[in-house]
Design a protein around this ligand. Structure first.
Ligand SMILES: [Zn+2]
Length: 625
């Protein structure tokens, strides 16, 4: 009977996908850019032709661009926020005090005019007509010459000038490893207007969100510089440096500069890096994707940058299998930036002296090609959906590469989440990335609680359902902007369970989970274990009862509001008990053996439920090791 109800639920569960949802749309952009870089003063000029298509049902009278580099100036929003926050990013400050009594100085606040970053618009027109525009910090507000009707396109032509900042955060010149140019968030980039409205967020600290489209970018730069980045190099045989077809005699143009032409399709960002001392290796993977590696000829890191190459190919295969096929032709792992940061078709990673660190960062950043570049959630509004999902899958990929088969590779994540939950500094996962009071709370929430969102979902709906959910999520939402609700709807449709309660409690609140075995009693030869919901957040329960004869029994207690029961894991025998409704604080679990034969009752023995107090999960307490 339950089976029948289940299949009816799936059939009627609503199969509206993004394409069918009349409220969903996303804009489209096609960029053509010509960039001329002066490597001596780090200034560049650009001309940009941007064809913009309005897929929204609204007539647009204005548009917004991001001018990210303007954040790297004294007095900017990024600078003031950095000076204001109690636990600033260590990369962005100098400590003028001691370790115990730090006195932070914002590195942005002391930048000289020739060290700041900037993007300055010199001219802008729309279909040949001048438009009015105004720069405000990192945002350019544009009042259109002609409104753009739904379904119509318009072309913007812009001239701009830029200066690459001293490396402070993500982008910049001469980073800690001596990489000359880390060119990320470096061009005037149109802000997204989607079903949730405009997203012209100032660049304060957190990430960015963009419009999909095609890029055709010419970069003229000193001949000695070697580049890597987004897209496929079109004129490889005129450039060389390991990009040319094997055996080709490279014919370089005369003059001091080379013009590199990159084309990228269906991406929402374009990044690159350049250095005259890069070593460039490339390899073709089984799936046909070419991997590029660009790193400094530095004996401290060189070996490790070689060693990660076959491992990166394995990572690609892992993500292809566990999420969905990588859709672009190339991916580049590039030494640059200030840690590890994901961009379209590439990542910039610093260092590499520590091999495990380099591999772990590569695993993480590469996974962002799926959970950000492909499944383009609004990472400012929902940072947990890209950082958390990325952390979840890259943890598994690393395990697989290392040949480890730990039953719960997320143990550390549950501990770290618990630390946050007890810290008094936790804010709900639904908090905008810039609106966390502490960087610590942002990081643990986004990376760790976001990762536990998935591993715990595996506990709730079963591992196979979770795996299928990731595949369906990829199929339904690739090249789109999924919201938290879109993800949970996929999980609901795959599993058949009602899951909006999970999204609500875990994401929109800081409610915590705490279940306890309160007592075991015996009356008229009947044994009853009394379980208690101590925390506010509901959960279905896996309970293990161990007996003095060495046997044990698996019990599953469904949660009423899920209208569903989890399928038993393969090869597992278990008993399904009656539903537990959230409002009932206590639950009587009837057991078939006398109390004297019960050695231990344990809630969630595998540890996939983020119970904030595990000490009361076991009865008798003495049975807990
Ligand atoms: Zn990340």
């Amino acid at each position: 009977m339950k089976k029948l109800i289940l299949s009816i639920l799936i059939l009627t569960g609503g199969a509206m996908s993004a394409q069918e949802n009349p409220n969903y749309w996303q804009q489209h952009v096609d960029y053509k850019m010509d960039i001329d870089m002066n490597v001596n003063n780090f200034q560049y000029t650009g001309s940009q032709e941007l064809k913009y298509t309005n897929n929204s049902p609204d007539t647009l009278k204005k548009v917004f661009y991001h001018l990210f580099f303007n954040a790297l100036q004294p007095g900017s929003d990024m600078d003031m926020r950095l000076q204001d926050i109690a636990d600033p990013d260590g990369r962005m400050v100098n400590n003028l005090g001691t370790k115990e009594e730090p006195k932070y100085q914002s590195r942005i606040s002391i930048l000289k005019p020739n060290e700041i970053g900037y993007l300055r618009v010199e001219s802008l027109d729309q279909d040949g007509k001048k438009v009015e525009y105004k720069e405000e910090g990192t945002i350019l507000k544009v009042s259109l010459a002609e409104p753009i009707a739904p379904g119509k396109s318009t072309t913007f032509k812009m001239k701009f000038k830029g200066q690459v900042p001293v490396q402070i955060r993500r982008s910049g010149r001469n980073n800690a490893d001596g990489v000359a140019l880390s060119m990320t968030q470096w061009y005037p980039k149109l802000a997204e207007y989607d079903f949730e409205g405009w997203h012209a967020d100032p660049y304060i600290a957190r990430e960015f969100f963009g419009v999909w489209g095609d890029f055709d970018v010419n970069i003229s730069i000193d001949k000695k510089y070697i580049l890597g980045g987004t897209g496929v190099l079109q004129n490889a045989d005129e450039i060389g440096y390991g990009y040319e077809k094997e055996g080709t005699k490279v014919k370089r143009a005369k003059g001091d500069k080379l013009t590199w032409n990159f084309k990228a399709e269906k991406v929402h960002d374009f990044a690159w890096a350049a250095d005259p001392e890069y070593i460039h290796d490339s390899m073709k993977t089984e799936s046909g994707v070419t991997l590029h590696f660009l790193y400094k000829n530095d004996p401290k890191v060189k070996e490790n940058w070689k060693k990660i190459q076959p491992e990166t190919a394995k990572l690609l295969a892992f993500y292809n299998e566990h999420i969905g096929e990588y859709p672009w032709k190339q991916y580049s792992v590039i030494q640059g930036g200030d840690g590890g940061m994901e961009y379209a078709n590439c990542t910039l990673i610093t260092g590499g002296e520590n091999y495990d660190g380099l591999l772990g960062t590569t695993a993480h950043e590469f996974a962002h090609s799926w959970f950000q570049q492909l499944l383009g959630t609004n990472e400012s509004q929902h940072p947990w959906m890209d950082e958390g999902f990325t952390s979840y899958i890259s943890t598994q990929a690393e395990q697989s590469l290392e040949g480890k088969n730990s039953e719960n590779p997320y143990k550390g994540s549950y501990r770290t989440y618990n630390y946050l939950a007890q810290s008094g500094k936790e804010q709900a996962l639904s908090t905008h990335g810039d609106r966390y009071e502490y960087n610590m709370a942002y990081s643990i929430a986004s990376y760790v609680k976001g990762s536990v969102f998935l591993s715990q979902l595996g506990y709730i709906i079963g591992k196979e359902n979770l795996q299928q959910t990731l595949h369906s999520y990829y199929d339904e939402w690739k090249f789109k902007h999924p919201s938290p609700n879109d993800f949970i709807r996929v999980a609901e449709k795959v599993s058949g369970a009602e899951l909006n309660w999970y999204l609500n409690d875990w994401v929109n609140t800081t409610n915590t989970i705490d279940y306890a075995v309160k007592n075991i009693s015996e009356e008229n030869n009947a044994t009853t274990a009394t379980l208690e919901r101590v925390g506010i957040m509901p959960m279905p329960l896996d309970v293990t009862v161990s007996y003095t004869d060495g046997t044990s029994e698996n019990i599953y207690i469904p949660l009423s509001m899920m209208q569903w029961e989890k399928p038993a894991a393969e090869g597992m025998e278990r008993t399904v008990e009656k539903n537990w409704s959230w409002a009932q604080r206590n639950y009587d679990l009837k057991l078939n053996k006398p109390k004297s034969e019960i050695s231990k009752i344990e809630i969630d023995a595998a540890g996939f439920m983020a119970d904030v107090d595990r000490s009361n999960n076991i009865f008798p307490a003495a049975a807990a090791e």
